[in-house]
Each structure stands twice: as C-alpha cells, then as structure tokens.
Design a protein around this ligand. Structure first.
Ligand code: GDP
Length: 370
C-alpha cells in the first residue's frame, strides 16, 4: 500500500508497506512514529548500516540523468563474477562527462593464483569495449576488505571537492562497500538530508561526510538479464559464489552437453576434443551427457538430478532460449551466462556451441578473464 502524502524524512521517497526490498518501505508497526522514515534511512541513521533498495531500469535512468547534472564523482560498482551483466549500459549517455570511478568488487572470488594486474588490465579493456570510460578502475573485495585502501586513494584523487554518488546493479556489494565508507568517513550525528536532486522521489539518500560533502546512495538497478534476478531467493545461495572459485574442467568431445543444475545448458556441437573450464559457484552441480540425450534428460530429471531450481520452482523460471556461439580458432574465450558464471573455452581449434538459458538472460562471448 502506498501511503498517501507520507514521505520519508530522510530521502523524500513516498512510503509503502508492501515490499521491504523496494524503495520507501516502512514496517506497518512503526507507521505512526515521528519523524516518519523509511527502513533504509532509519538503519543508516541509527545503526550506521546501509541496506539495499531497488528500482527498475527506467527509474534508475532518471536518477542517473539527475546525477549527470550535479557535481558528483560517480562511483560505479560492478561484480567481477558478472562483469558484463552488472555494467550499467549507456552510463555516459546519462551522466555526460561526469568523472567515473569503476570499482570492480568481489575479487576474493578469484582462484588464489591469479595475477591481479592481469585482471585489472582485463577489466579496463572490457569496460572500454562496453562503453564505460572510467577515469580509473580499481579492484577490491568489500566483504573481505581487500583493496579498500585503493578505493579510498582513488576517491581522494578523483573527487576534489565533489560529492560521491555510488551506483550499481543489485547484489554487486554496494551496501557492503558503502558501510565501510560510512564507518571511516561519515558523521551521522549530522542529519540525513533530503536529496537536493530532484531524483529524490526515487530513493536517493544523502549520507553526510565529515568534510561537508556527501555520499549519495542510489537504489540498486534491477537487470532482468541476470540469472540472479530470476531464481528464487532461497536458491540464490547455490548460484552466488561465496568462496574462491574452484574451476571444474571437462574434456569434451563434440556432441556432448553440460547442464548447470537446470538453470542453463551448454552443447558442444562441433569441434575437436578440448577443455571447458567452468567458473561457477561451488555449490552448483554440473552434469555431463550426450547431446542426443540432453533434451530427454532435461524433460525427465529437471528439478531432481538437475537442480536448482527444485521441482516446485521450475515453472517460475522462464523457458530456455538458444544462443549459437562460435569460438574462433586460436582464441581463449569465455562464454558468460549472466549471474551464473562463465565457461572458458580453450578454443585453439575453434568450436561451435549452443547455449540454452532462461529467456532474457544475457549470454555473451568475451576475451577470457583467467
Ligand atoms: P547490493 O545489493 O549491491 O547492496 O549488495 P550487498 O552489499 O547487499 O551484497 C550482495 C551480496 O554480495 C551479499 O551476499 C554480500 O555478502 C555479497 N558481497 C558483497 N561484497 C562482496 C565481496 O567483496 N565478495 C564476495 N564474495 N561477496 C560479496
């Protein structure tokens, strides 16, 4: 229920009692408490704790346009595990020449032996290819507190006298990172201020910093092209990796298939025998079969042998659509299934693949990350 004429005294958003994840949520029990404040602002103010709120892409673009007109450094957080899926496409169309710091989060998920400089170069290149012109790219893990000093250093280098506006898709770790920033820099004795930006009705929160400027927290943008948005909440933990990735390698002959739970499927249609390295949550089971048996296996065993999703949740996932992918000869490429992870194809001899993923989920080929 939207509460008529009741707005949050922190962020100015219209209050609602229906959905704790959407902006403006207030529990019914505290609707009469003064001053009226949404749960997100309440937690920042009283517990120094950021929580996530979400908006759809259209509303998010309105927020970006407002940020573009303000004098803020944009901090765009992306998830290394779903890099292309969590990039905000068209960012510069909305924020113009406002400087952008790209923070690549969750580097703790990389297998231990990986050289971070290589990953940094890769991220810089991928960002450019996807139309993000960052003034700087830094790697960090908000949760494990790795590289936070690099983030702070980059902020002071790029920020000058500006506010810091943090933007990102859902689940990239925006709240975790902002919580760290707040603990170090903010003086929450000061009031949260209703945003000076007209985007205020869209849930932008100003968190005052000690130096008179603010961190501007924006709601997380929900991209339905990420599998993480399509699975049920209780299945998210099987999909979102928690520990460093332990890649699983399959030597496949042509006409073999891999099932990733019942969430996606990869067919090796044509090519010489070669290795396929899967970088996915260690909690997800991968099943190999012959291509000619794959349809039948899916029909008969999804929700059981092939899970998640479990049987009761199968019909909540959109049906599979197919993506034909040709790995060129001599190239090391990843096939990314947004939100689920990626498969590195050691395509020295080339390969023809068919990827089946729930309708709407982004499936792309890219230069290998590892
Ligand atoms: P938000 O939706 O962008 O605000 O993301 P949250 O901060 O709520 O984090 C989403 C999920 O990612 C949570 O399960 C976090 O524990 C996890 N997460 C956040 N930062 C990191 C990180 O640096 N590494 C890993 N592995 N997980 C993280």
């Amino acid at each position: 229920m939207t509460l008529a004429r009741e707005i949050c005294s922190g962020c100015g958003v219209k209050l609602q009692t229906d959905n704790p994840e959407k902006i403006g949520y207030i529990p019914t029990a505290v609707r009469d408490r003064e001053p009226l404040m949404c749960q997100r602002c309440y937690r920042i103010k009283h517990y120094n704790e950021m929580s996530s709120a979400t908006v759809n892409p259209a509303d998010f673009l309105a927020i970006l346009s407002q940020l573009g007109k303000s004098d803020a450094l944009i901090v765009h957080i992306v998830d290394l595990f779903d890099f292309e899926g969590s990039l905000i496409s068209g960012l510069h169309r909305f924020v113009g020449n406002t400087p952008v710091l790209l923070v690549v989060n969750k580097i703790d998920l990389l297998p231990k032996a990986i050289n971070p400089n290589r990953v940094l170069n890769w991220a810089q290149k991928q960002a450019k290819q996807n139309g993000i012109w960052a003034s700087k790219v830094v790697l960090c893990s908000a949760r494990k507190n790795i590289g936070f000093d690099r983030v702070v250093e980059a902020l002071s280098e790029l920020r000058g006298n500006r506010d810091v506006a943090v933007v990102g898709a859902t689940n990239v770790g925006k709240s975790t990172l902002i919580n760290r920033l707040i603990r170090d820099y903010s003086d929450l004795e000061a009031e949260l201020t209703t945003s000076p930006y007209p985007g205020t009705t869209l849930g932008v929160v100003n968190i005052p910093l000690d130096d008179g400027r603010s961190i501007i927290d924006t709601p997380g943008i929900v991209y339905d092209s990420r599998l993480t948005e399509l699975v049920q909440k209780h299945e998210l933990q099987a999909v979102l990796p928690d520990k460093p990735l332990k890649p699983t390698v399959f030597q496949l002959n042509e006409q073999q298939s891999l099932f990733f739970g019942a969430l996606a499927r990869l067919d090796f249609v044509k090519g010489e025998r070669q290795s396929f390295t899967c970088y996915m949550s260690n909690a997800l089971s991968i099943h190999r079969t012959k291509l000619e048996r794959a349809d039948e296996l899916y029909r008969e065993h999804r929700g059981e042998l092939l899970a998640p999703p479990v049987k009761e949740d199968l019909d909540k996932l959109p049906p599979f659509t197919k993506h034909a992918i040709r790995i060129p000869k001599g190239a090391q490429k990843d096939v990314l299934i947004s939100g689920l992870g990626w498969v590195k194809v050691n395509g020295m001899t080339g390969a023809e693949l068919m990827v089946h993923a729930p309708r709407g989920v982004k499936v792309i080929m890219r230069d290998a990350l590892i």
